[in-house]
Design a protein around this ligand. Structure first.
Ligand SMILES: CCC/C=C/C(=O)SCCNC(=O)CCNC(=O)[C@H](O)C(C)(C)COP(=O)([O-])OP(=O)([O-])OC[C@H]1O[C@@H](n2cnc3c(N)ncnc32)[C@H](O)[C@@H]1OP(=O)([O-])[O-]
Length: 719
């Protein structure tokens, strides 16, 4: 777990050896303690260098150990002892120094960093704080404002920024370890007292209280209801107002308030769920680590609407040549100008040059004959998409992968009109596609493992969090959205307002409430889909009661809003009113209030007071209930995949873990009981009827979310 060597006859080289990130597991801590003791007691050793194997210094505490009781030497006394030692210790940082790894570097007397390394204290993103002295040492080293920013955001910084901030002593393009050994030899004769960061006085700004107050307000605004950043601020205050010996105790007390919290468990779950999500498996046995993706050098995008433009940018900025196709000259020209503008702004922000030379714009599908992969992003209309896929079959070389960006249509039906159904797969991006991290890779029953591997790998290359899902209407994300949206509109009928529902969801932590989100996305899209699926319009039987469709409850209020030309932000009116079309400042609209009152009196609905708890339960338990059905149907392979989809595609708060983790945290028994209660009250809403899998899990004693798979693995899989 740590290798000990004597180099240059007088330097003890301690190499952490715990792949893949040299996390500080109990065995590693034990090995460091032993190696340091040896080094300090060996008279031949004049200095020590600590580095990590495989070009990675250290990724921090072993997060997997947080779930169990602490074993092995605790980190704080171990680090304090390194700092207090009488021989100079140099950290040779390559790759990463994060969390406890960064704190280890802070107790070393010198820090040499490879120019490509990244440093940071990301504990806050795991719902905890840097409790191995990080909140006490960093402010002493770089001052309160800079330390506060790094600790409360968890941001990783480059070696160059670390040098500028005064965190490290030297940045090198050579082997950091070799340089650190030379550095250590030169440090032998120098006094160490000024190099012990815990002994430094924290440079304190005169307006400390005002600064802490401003950062607190900022944190509360950005991460509503999240505990860890607030605890971090209090810990940094201790660094400014207390000696190290007291500050470290305060740090530990604050850590105790976070360590076993639901938020910490949820955030740590998210960390692993995100990494699990990329590991797809098919019932055939083909999976992420035995299926080779194809290399994609060139791609084509069909349709330069909002989605198409975002996809072009996502591909071009990772070096893939893109041919963008539109059906009309004017649309092509508009799309081209917008793509160029987006790429230029993106390149400026990243300090690189825009890869405009990779782009080609055309009106002709004939130009696509040699590309490796095509992504169709035309209007959400099955007949149109089928025509495009038939045409692509004729034009593209037989090996070209054909992908669709449909948000819910049948991928297999599209595969069926091509000459290569095994090379067809869904790549469902989220708008705006160059910003949103989520990609649903929709596996049709005939998609080959190579095709899936290629789509997943392309997603990763574009910086997306890719999740493989099965083929059904709406796939995972949009299928679950329906019961969630339905509950919100039913609550409107019963007496709530859009702003009340949005506030409850935003207080829960959603980036945006459901009505603000719908206004942003545009209300006309759903209206058109409802018309096409016969829920409104001439196909509806006139004898059909207005608030029922296909034997179940239906809320026509969204249709009434659209009939008034209120399509959301883009028209300046939707569930809210905006200053102007395209405005973003949502204000409650008395006209919507009138509409709701008239609607309720027309249908004899007595409005009632609806609590925030009911809003959260009905919206989120209905959402999770559909998630259980998706697992039963084999559309998602595991709950982690569903959660990752909601975290990255739908603004579910990370500190809630995602809908499935949230259900498990509330307690499956409670979720079942509340769903039964609401279903009894609303028997005409099938989405509120508890799913068989939920009942089964409760009957099995409500196992933790990581174990649900054991209860579903015998079920049929559509993946
Ligand atoms: C008193 C306490 C005070 C201190 C607190 C802390 O330090 S809190 C910690 C503060 N530190 C952090 O928050 C840093 C967390 N880590 C990272 O941000 C990234 O992993 C990375 C940037 C280090 C490498 O990115 P990359 O894209 O090259 O690689 P990748 O991300 O795919 O990971 C590869 C494998 O390693 C696994 N694994 C990784 N780290 C840890 C860990 N600390 N532990 C355990 N496991 C860890 C990861 O799950 C994955 O496993 P799998 O799926 O193969 O079974």
């Amino acid at each position: 777990m740590a290798r000990y060597e004597l180099v240059k006859r007088s330097v003890a080289l301690i190499t952490l050896t715990n792949p893949p990130v040299n996390a500080l597991s109990s065995a590693v801590r034990h090995a460091i303690a032993k190696s340091m003791e040896h080094a300090l007691n060996d008279p031949k050793v004049k200095a020590v260098v600590i580095c990590g194997e495989n070009g990675r210094f250290c990724g921090g505490a072993d997060i997997r150990e947080f779930a169990g009781p602490l074993r092995g030497p605790p980190l704080v006394p171990l680090l304090d002892a390194i700092e207090a030692g009488e021989k100079p210790v140099v950290a040779a940082i390559e790759g990463v120094a994060l969390g406890g790894g960064f704190e280890l570097a802070l107790v070393c007397h010198y820090r040499i960093v490879h120019f490509k390394a990244r440093l940071g204290l990301p504990e806050v993103t795991l719902g905890i704080l840097p409790a191995a002295g990080g909140t006490q040492r960093l402010p002493r080293l770089i001052g309160i404002p800079a330390a506060l920013e790094l600790i409360t955001t968890g941001r990783h910084i480059s070696a160059q920024e670390a040098l500028k901030l005064g965190i490290v002593d030297q940045v090198t393009e050579q082997n950091a370890c070799e340089l650190a050994v030379e550095f250590a030899l030169r440090a032998v004769a120098k006094p160490l007292s000024s190099r012990r960061v815990s002994m430094l006085t924290t440079p304190c700004p005169p307006d400390l209280d005002a600064l802490l107050e401003a950062v607190t307000m900022q944190v509360k605004r950005k991460a509503r209801g999240v505990m860890a950043p607030l605890a971090c601020i209090q810990a940094v205050r201790a660094a400014a107002t207390m000696p190290y010996s007291k500050g470290i105790k305060r740090e530990s007390e604050l850590m105790a308030t976070l360590f076993n919290s639901g938020q910490a468990r949820a955030l740590q779950y998210c960390f692993f769920a995100q990494r699990t999500a990329g590991k797809w498996t098919l019932p055939s046995g083909a999976q992420w680590n035995n299926s080779k993706p194809r290399e994609i050098r060139s791609a084509a995008i069909i349709g330069l609407g909002t989605m198409g433009r975002g996809i072009v940018v996502s591909l071009a900025r990772v070096g893939i040549s893109v041919i963008a196709v539109e059906s009309e000259k004017k649309l092509l020209e508009t799309g081209k100008q917008m793509v160029i503008g987006m790429l230029e702004r993106d390149a400026k922000r990243r300090g690189v040059s825009a890869s405009l030379n990779l782009l080609k714009f055309t009106l002709s599908l004939q130009d696509l004959k040699d590309v490796d992969l095509v992504i169709e992003a035309v209007f959400e209309d099955m007949a149109l998409k089928k025509r495009v896929f038939q045409e692509l079959s004729k034009v593209c070389r037989p090996a070209t992968l054909l992908c669709t960006n449909t948000s819910g249509l049948d991928v297999d039906a599209l595969a069926g009109v091509t000459d290569r159904p095994h090379l067809v797969v869904g790549m469902h991006f989220f708008s705006p596609a160059h910003v949103m991290k989520l990609l649903e890779v929709v596996c049709g029953p005939r998609s080959s493992s190579e095709t899936i591997a290629t789509a997943m790998s392309l997603g990763k290359r574009m910086g997306k969090v890719s999740v493989a899902v099965g083929n059904c209407p709406g796939f995972v994300g949009n299928r679950m959205l329906k019961p969630y949206l339905d509950q919100a509109t039913f609550l409107l009928e019963e007496g709530a307002t859009p702003e009340q529902i949005d506030k409850a969801l935003e207080d829960f932590g959603f980036a945006m409430g459901v009505f603000r989100m719908s206004d942003l996305a545009g209300l006309d899209v759903g209206w058109r889909v409802r018309k096409e699926s016969g829920l409104i319009g001439p196909d509806v039987d006139p004898k059909n009661p207005p608030r029922r469709r296909q034997g179940r409850r239906y809320c026509p209020i969204p249709d009434m809003v659209c009939e008034q030309g209120r399509f959301g932000q883009k028209t300046g009116r939707g569930w809210y009113m905006y200053d102007k079309p395209g405005g973003t400042n949502a204000k409650p609209d008395p006209l919507i209030q009138n509409l709701l009152e008239m609607y309720r009196s027309r249908y004899g609905i007595q409005p009632r007071n609806i609590s925030d708890q009911e809003i959260i339960e009905r919206c989120l338990f209905a959402l999770a209930n559909e998630g259980f059905r998706i697992l039963e149907d084999g559309i998602a392979a595991r709950p982690e995949d569903i959660d990752v989809i909601y975290l990255f595609g739908y603004g579910f708060p990370r500190h809630g873990g995602g809908p499935m983790f949230y259900a498990s945290m509330v307690g499956l028994e409670r979720v079942l009981e509340r769903l039964e209660h609401y279903h009894q009250a609303h028997p005409d809403v099938p989405h509120l009827e508890p799913s068989p899998l939920l009942k089964k899990l409760v009957a099995c004693g409500s196992p933790p979310v990581q174990k649900w798979r054991e209860h579903i693995k015998t079920m049929h899989s559509h993946l």
